[in-house]
Ligand binder design. Structure first.
Ligand code: KG4
Ligand code: ZN
Length: 348
């Protein structure tokens, strides 16, 4: 066959490039941007500037690790959206330049589609079974929280979404309240390892259907802490493990509640997870344990494929390549770009 695709991911604050050859990912290089840490969140202007600095060296490294030369590339793929516009523009412009210079087709990828298909990333010698269709995907990232029914690689329906904050945002905002660095999700996960998840309880959302809400939980967490810190200024540092374990438990509980409902409603028991929050150890353990108890077939991607990376963009592009839906050079990135809009645009 010999299809080699170079894929670029620049939707937020990670600059990444990957090479996929005949469905096998040969390289996945990621440059993280530490510049945002001191600001407690991603600064869009700084993110696009860092992407500009990183993109060429990251691509060079991805090609070198894969041992593939520029002339071997059959198509260039990039994330069109959703994400930060200035960041997306860097990847899109690079892809257009590459496509023109190499006279190869360009494939646009939806970031959320890529997070779902991260479960299909296969490096050489990896033999874990791939998910089979139809499956339910709990997609939990810094910007999105959705339950998706995947009927095929390019046929997916969203059956539940957050009506306010995303799960990752809930982690990050609660971490900020405790004075933890950005992004706070991994810090909460680490402190929670030695904490009691039942030490504190917070308000639970009561949202109909398969939709989620996290803003009430965040407010409940903030008010509880304000009161406790007013009584004891050292409260956070003295209780950091229990606080992290309790807020993590609450977030995972909200996610699991709706996932169970989705399984009941659809009858689908093939379950996958994706997005940065899928790196969370409590969520990973709970899904695996529930899967055993309830007879689900669960697929938990390696942690490296949960947060933003170009390998997932490469896999999504690989399965799109065969539909021959190549992108025109005149399309622009989209800061907001739902999965439905993407499939409609692609006529898939
Ligand atoms: O998918 P991602 O890399 O970027 C977006 O597309 O948004 O997700 C980033 C999110 C952040 O909110 C981060 O705090 C969260 O994933 N995250 C975690 C963990 N690792 C990353 N949240 C909880 N536990 C973790 N171990
Ligand atoms: Zn993401």
């Amino acid at each position: 066959m010999n299809i080699s695709i170079l894929a670029i991911e620049t939707s937020c604050d990670d600059t990444s490039a990957a090479v996929i050859k005949d469905g096998i990912v040969l390289s996945n290089v990621i440059a993280n941007q530490s510049v945002h840490e001191e600001y407690g969140g991603v600064v869009p202007e700084l993110a696009s500037r860092s992407h500009q600095q990183n993109i060429v060296p990251v691509v060079h490294k991805a090609l070198a690790v894969a041992n593939v030369s520029v002339s071997d590339i059959s198509a260039i793929a990039y994330t069109r959206g959703p994400g930060l516009l200035g960041s997306l523009l860097v990847g899109a412009s690079f892809a257009k330049g590459f496509s023109l210079a190499q006279s190869c087709p360009m494939i646009e990828v939806n970031h959320l589609h890529a997070h779902v298909l991260a479960n299909f990333i296969r490096m050489q010698n990896e033999t874990e079974p791939l998910p089979s269709f139809p499956f339910l995907c709990l997609l939990v990232s810094g910007g999105h929280t959705q339950i998706i029914v995947a009927h095929d690689f390019n046929k997916m329906n969203i059956i539940g979404s957050t009506i306010d904050d995303a799960a990752g945002e809930a982690f990050d905002k609660c971490a900020k309240v405790m004075g933890l660095p950005y992004p706070g999700g991994p810090h909460i996960d680490r402190y929670a390892q030695n904490g009691n998840p039942q030490a504190f309880t917070f308000g639970k959302p009561n949202i109909p259907d398969l939709n989620f809400s996290f803003s009430g939980l965040k407010t409940s967490f903030l008010y509880t802490l304000r009161k406790l810190v007013a009584e004891n200024p050292e409260f956070i540092s003295q209780n950091i493990h229990d606080l992290c374990a309790s807020i993590q438990y609450s977030i995972v509980d909200i996610l699991m509640h709706k996932l169970l409902q989705a399984v009941e409603q659809t009858g689908i028991t093939e379950i996958v997870i994706g997005g940065g929050v899928a790196a969370n150890s409590e969520l990973r353990n709970t899904i695996q344990q529930q899967g055993k108890v309830r007879g689900w077939k669960t697929h938990i991607p390696p942690i490296a494929y949960t947060t933003d990376n170009a390998a997932m963009v490469a896999v999504a592009a690989y399965y799109t390549y065969f539909t021959e839906k190549f992108a025109s050079h005149s399309i622009s990135p989209k800061a907001r770009y739902s999965l439905h809009e993407y499939f409609e645009f692609q006529h898939l």
